[in-house]
Design a protein around this ligand. Structure first.
Ligand code: UD1
Ligand code: MG
Length: 450
């Protein structure tokens, strides 16, 4: 059975108090919408439709980055969840299969739960995802009759008796797409909110002699984000879960609560992560690596057996091969560090390649930017870059070449050559002592006057 995802993301999110559309606020460095879309990928959907409204242009460009084939449709006025789903009708023209409705601001619904909803379609025409709420607050209530769902009553429209129900509507549903749109045609806005409620489909389906059931999930999965406080809580929930998953995969986290992970952070088995490490988006670390305290990584790859930090910064495009060492106060950007190479202290390596077993001395800087353009530095294998070398790019250093300490290298250095590029040293015999005597006498004159 083919499936299509319809992700509702048009709401304003007033309580976020933000210029950014709510669904683009990040949890674990990825828009909350991306979390919802990622969970839906478990169904290998044939089509993905995101319904956007507030900040639609921003949503459109974010979606394009997350999933090239997802479509964004516009809901110009937010007239309710039922109206929102109707906006996907044209985009699903000719689609034959089930539609699963997700919310862009409910990021933690698991892939497994979404799969259970689709499975339940073999038992019922319309499947709603519900949960037992510790505090049912203003959620829609699910009125059950045995296994079948009679209706969903919105809090605003509910009687006291209905408000006492604790089985609540998550908002997610699954139904044959064509059937869903046919039922939606019958939804009106005659209710307390004056909105077209998606939830009305339940009663409309029953009136048409269709079967309706509810699948239940843990309340934690239905956590919706409405405020910055919810956002922070959601991030904390994500972190706790992601850390636990890493440890299950055989990664040591010395102080798990201090390690920050992103959606999609991958770390291999037997890697050790010291306290206070931040993993930004797009980081992969192979097995048996050591990521030492206070390191910050994003958009980079660390191979087996590499040692990073303490206090290292790996920026996008940093590629560390096996058994490399990147030490304290070293920044690496868009650069490949080949097997066994070392950059141990106080360096900036950007737009560069460093060959196998090369040693980069303390304080080395690739001067990659001239104020207008970026240029590359290529360093061969087995080379030795002396401390405090400035490599003024574009420049190439050959295999087994050396640069003298303090060199400002502006010309290529051939294989096996040594570059010395600094003022020659001259020693003046006895001059220091003379200078000191002179200064001492001067100070004495000045202090005796005052
Ligand atoms: C909805 C449900 C309620 C359920 C709750 C769970 C309805 C009528 N009610 O209520 O039963 O318990 O979610 O959180 O469906 N949206 C649009 N366009 C619109 C309106 C909403 O895209 O015109 C989107 C919102 O951005 C949001 C989602 O749909 O992602 C839910 O909308 P929201 O206004 O939060 O619905 P609730 O009143 O919370
Ligand atoms: Mg809501």
């Amino acid at each position: 059975m083919s499936t299509a995802l319809i992700i509702l993301a048009a709401g304003k999110g007033t309580r976020m108090n933000s210029d950014l559309p709510k669904v683009l606020h990040p949890i674990a460095q990825a828009p909350m919408l991306e979390h919802a879309m990622a969970a839906g990928q478990a169904l290998a959907p044939e089509r993905t439709i995101v319904v956007a409204g507030h900040g639609a242009d921003l949503v459109r460009s974010a979606v394009a980055e997350i999933d090239e084939v997802a479509q964004v449709v516009l809901q110009e006025e937010q007239l309710g969840t039922g109206h929102a789903v109707q906006q996907a009708r044209a985009a699903l023209e000719g689609f034959d299969g089930d539609a699963v409705v997700l919310y862009g601001d409910t990021p933690f619904v698991s892939a497994e739960t979404i799969e259970r909803m689709v499975e339940a379609r073999s038992r019922a025409d319309l499947v709603i995802l519900g949960f037992e709420a510790a505090d049912p607050a203003r959620y829609g209530r699910l009125v059950m009759d045995g296994d079948s769902l009679e209706k969903i009553v919105e809090f605003k429209d509910a009687s006291d008796e209905e408000r006492a129900i604790t089985f609540c509507n998550s908002g997610l549903m699954a139904c044959n797409a064509a059937q869903m749109f046919a039922l939606l045609d019958k939804v009106s806005n005659q209710n307390a909110a004056g909105e077209y409620y998606l939830t009305d489909l339940v009663e409309i389906a029953r009136d048409a002699d269709l079967t309706v059931t509810a699948v239940s999930c843990d309340e934690a999965e239905t956590l919706g984000i409405n405020s910055r406080a919810d956002l922070a809580q959601a991030d904390a929930v994500f972190q706790a879960k992601a850390r636990a998953e890493l440890m299950d995969l055989g990664v040591t986290l010395m102080a798990p609560e201090t390690v920050y992970l992103s959606l999609g952070t991958y770390v291999g088995r037997d890697t050790v992560i010291e306290p206070n490490v931040v993993f930004g988006p797009g980081v992969t670390v192979e097995s048996g690596a050591l990521i030492r305290a206070f390191s910050h990584l994003e958009g980079c790859h660390v191979s087996r057996g590499a040692k990073v930090g303490p206090y290292a910064r790996l920026r996008p495009g940093a590629e560390l091969a096996e058994d490399t060492h990147v030490g304290n106060f070293v920044e690496i950007k868009n650069a490949e560090i080949a097997e066994g190479a070392k950059v141990n202290h106080l360096s900036y390596i950007g737009d560069a390649s460093v060959g196998k077993k090369t040693n980069i001395g303390a304080g080395t800087i690739t001067c990659n930017y001239d104020g207008f353009m970026k240029h590359r530095t290529e360093i061969g294998a087995g080379a030795f870059i002396g401390s405090n070398t400035m490599l003024v790019a574009p420049v190439k250093i050959g295999n087994e070449a050396m640069t003298a300490t303090g060199a400002v290298v502006t010309k290529d250095v051939g294989d096996g050559d040594l570059a010395i590029a600094r003022a020659a040293q001259t020693n003046k015999a006895g001059r220091a002592r003379k200078l000191m005597d002179m200064l001492r006498a001067k100070k004495a004159r000045l202090t005796s006057k005052s």
